[in-house]
Design a protein around this ligand. Structure first.
Ligand code: ATP
Ligand code: MG
Length: 206
């Protein structure tokens, strides 16, 4: 056997051992994760990708025949690609609730009224077993600006149907939400095309 061949066989056998032990570790972890229930997912951070991740996960659920609902808390753009694609889908109910907000006039009492209306819609969804997934997009700002109290939201999330999953997005998250979340992902802002002078584009930003 040449030295080179011997070396390759040694590497191959070491690789096989490493992979076998990694598989054993993974199999043990999989065997432990047996619970079946909905999860609360928080997508936070300053980078781009929170809302699009939430809607991507929702598309995945819809593909499995599940029923989903979206409540959009912030004004933003109404003619988003996701709204155009999903608004008439038979498995999706989409509520754009941010219209009442008055960022320009800074009328806090009107903002609170708009937030409460949006929360009233969301609260009903969280009591309804028909919905397998509820996306509360940009909800975190409601707590940051003091438009909504977080405690009733935490209570409603705790009492929701067992198999219902909820995704909440927003740059900053209220700590009581983090305390009860199953999955928290931070989307980090390392670079954004906007700062390179690139204009917001249909299909990328909205
Ligand atoms: P997306 O909807 O693309 O997943 P997001 O939900 O993570 O983005 P938001 O904070 O909701 O981000 O902001 C929405 C819009 O702002 C998007 O058009 C996005 O491209 C843009 N954006 C997100 N992060 C940044 C950033 N760090 N700098 C500039 N623009 C950003
Ligand atoms: Mg967003």
């Amino acid at each position: 056997m040449t030295q080179q061949k011997e070396q390759t066989e040694l590497e191959q056998s070491a690789h096989q051992k490493r992979m076998a032990s990694r598989k054993a570790v993974m199999d043990a972890k999989i065997a432990k994760a047996t619970e079946e229930r909905g999860v609360l997912i928080l997508l936070k951070g300053n980078g781009k990708g929170k809302s699009s991740s939430a809607f991507g996960t929702m598309a995945r659920s819809v593909g499995h025949g599940k029923h989903c609902a979206v409540v959009q808390f912030s004004k933003g753009r109404t003619e988003t690609g996701e709204y155009k694609l999903f608004k008439d889908h038979p498995q999706i109910d989409w509520h754009v609730m941010g219209h009442g907000f008055t960022w320009e006039t800074q009328d806090k009492s009107r903002d609170i009224e708009a937030a409460e209306k949006a929360w009233a819609v969301a609260e009903k969804l969280l009591q309804d077993e028909c919905y397998d997934m509820v996306v509360l997009d940009e909800m975190s700002y409601m707590f940051k600006y003091g438009y909504l109290y977080v405690e009733p939201v935490v209570e409603a999330l705790k009492k929701r149907p067992k198999m219902q999953s909820v995704i909440i997005t927003g740059r900053t998250m209220a700590l009581p939400l983090q305390d009860i979340a199953d999955t928290i992902s931070i989307v980090q802002d390392e670079r954004h095309a906007f700062r390179l002078g690139v204009k917001a584009q249909a299909g990328i930003e909205y």
